[in-house]
Design a protein around this ligand. Sequence first.
Ligand SMILES: [Zn+2]
Length: 290
Amino acid sequence: MTIEIASGAVLPIALCLGLLVGSFLNVVIHRVPLGISVAFPPSHCPNCEMPIKPWDNIPVLSYLVLRGRCRGCSTPISLRYPAVELVTGLLFMAIAWRFGQTWWTALHCVFAAALIAAAMIDFDHQIIPDGISLGGLALAMVVVPLTSAYYGTGWVDGLIRSAIGASIGAGVLWLVAFLHARISVAMGREFDHWPGVGESLPRPMEADYWLWFPGLGLGDVKLLGMIGAVVGVVGVLDTILASSVIGLVLGGAQALSKGALGEPFGFAPSIALGAIAGLFLPPLWLLTIF
Ligand SMILES: [Zn+2]
């Protein structure tokens, strides 16, 4: 069974929904890491505090009409806001094209929105909120089996597929992070923030030994757990492979632009790009290139 919408309307509806969700994601990206409610206070200009009127809050269009400036004080508005809206809109449209009029489209749109928020927050703050990674994981463990059952492949199969995908996704990255930490320590490498200045290295009987790593954060591990629950084992392995390559390119580009290696660098944007690419490419697509 399909969601009943005239077929010609599906892509435009997905685009509009994506633009609106993108507008909401801007609020999430800005407020969630600061611990501010996404609902209150209403959006306002950070410079002149003028509340943003509904007609000045239309995704992308308002930015163009206002020529990228606040109506009250003419402070430039970051190009990021319309960019996040446009990317979300186009991505929702692409997902609707890929998965058709099915609940899989709805599921993957929520998935893409979570990835965009995680990527941008990690880019800004080098953190991934648990609400997105673990919250998304919990949601996927319920919604993927339900959707599988709805389309006749059985909720047990769906649940097993999600559980294995989550375990492999989180497990592989955890292992990489753990081994990297242990080998680095064994080789006598020192890190600025790990452990803190004057603190001793974590020992095997301490939780930090197993859960606190330099370079790769536990946030990335949890995010890949969430991704595995949605895309399954092959999908999450594709994501890890692709995000490693993308991370090398992005990390290199950042090092070149800032002229310094070893700057704080969020891995979630690479993971998100890898996961989203996997939605549209055949399984193990990266291996076929080489
Ligand atoms: Zn203003």
